[in-house]
Every structure is written in structure tokens, then in C-alpha cells.
Design a protein around this ligand. Structure first.
Ligand SMILES: [Zn+2]
Length: 153
């Protein structure tokens, strides 16, 4: 088999694989959606059944300690929900109120802020010195003036 034949076979295998992965992804996504839908319907039906059991319990048509307990919990949750809904309504109705400017008040005083001064840097050894004869400035390490040759060390 020639090199080009081998290459085109590898490429077509790559295409097959990509196609397989794409179809697999599509299929699993669709099945996951169907599973979720069945779960949703199941939850809905159970909720409906619970609602019905709650009503029957409250109407005294069925009597079960477990259902009575659940019905009590539902009542409490309902009360909490109502209170929370009121709280939410209140929070939604809140509007921002600009604080009124103080009447005739002087502009805010500048309060001096005191803080510790940073320690001054340690005195440095002079890095320059000046020739006593010609006033030439030179490094402190110089032993002779580079300008006039006077010994400065
Ligand atoms: Zn000098």
C-alpha cells in the first residue's frame, strides 16, 4: 500500500470516528432529555397525588399519622412561604432615597489624619567630595583630585 493510500485511509478513519462521536453525542443527549421528561412527569404525578392526599387528610376523609405529619409540615411551609413572599414584595418596592443635603452646613471639615511618620532613612556616607583647591566634585573614594591632582584622601 502506497503512502498516499495509507494517509487517505487514516483520514477517512478519522472522519468515521468524528461522525460516530457526533452521532453518539446526539443520541445520548436525546435519551437524556427523554429520561428527564419521564422524571418530570413522575415528580408531577407524585406531587398531584400528595396534594390529593393532603386535601383528603385535611377533609378528614383519610386518617394517617404519616399524612397528618406531612400535612402539618405543608401548612408550616405554606406560612413561611407567604411571609417570605411578603418580604420579597417589600424588598422589591424599596426605592433609593437620596439623603437630603444638610441645610446651611459648612462643607465637610477636613480632619487631619495622623499617622506614624516613616523612619527617616539612615544617613548615607557622602558619595561625593569636593577638591579643596579647585572645587572639583569627585567620588568620595578618590585619593587625588582628577582635575588638579591634589591629594584629597
Ligand atoms: Zn582639584
Amino acid at each position: 500500500m502506497g503512502f498516499l493510500d495509507q494517509l487517505s485511509k487514516q483520514i477517512s478513519q478519522g472522519v468515521d470516528r468524528a461522525k460516530f462521536e457526533a452521532e453518539k453525542f446526539q443520541k445520548t443527549t436525546r435519551l437524556q432529555g427523554e429520561v428527564n421528561e419521564f422524571r418530570r412527569q413522575l415528580d408531577g404525578k407524585l406531587g398531584e397525588m400528595g396534594q390529593r392526599a393532603y386535601e383528603l387528610q385535611r377533609a378528614g376523609q383519610i386518617s394517617s399519622a404519616t399524612l397528618a405529619e406531612l400535612a402539618h409540615a405543608v401548612d408550616q411551609l405554606r406560612a413561611s412561604l407567604l411571609a417570605k413572599e411578603e418580604e420579597l414584595k417589600g424588598a422589591q418596592a424599596e426605592i433609593f432615597v437620596e439623603p437630603p443635603p444638610p441645610v446651611g452646613a459648612a462643607p465637610a471639615q477636613q480632619v487631619p489624619i495622623s499617622y506614624d511618620q516613616p523612619a527617616p532613612p539612615p544617613p548615607e556616607a557622602p558619595s561625593q567630595k569636593i577638591c579643596g583647591v579647585c572645587n572639583f566634585q569627585m567620588p568620595a573614594t578618590a585619593m587625588f583630585c582628577p582635575n588638579c591632582g591634589t591629594r584629597v584622601a
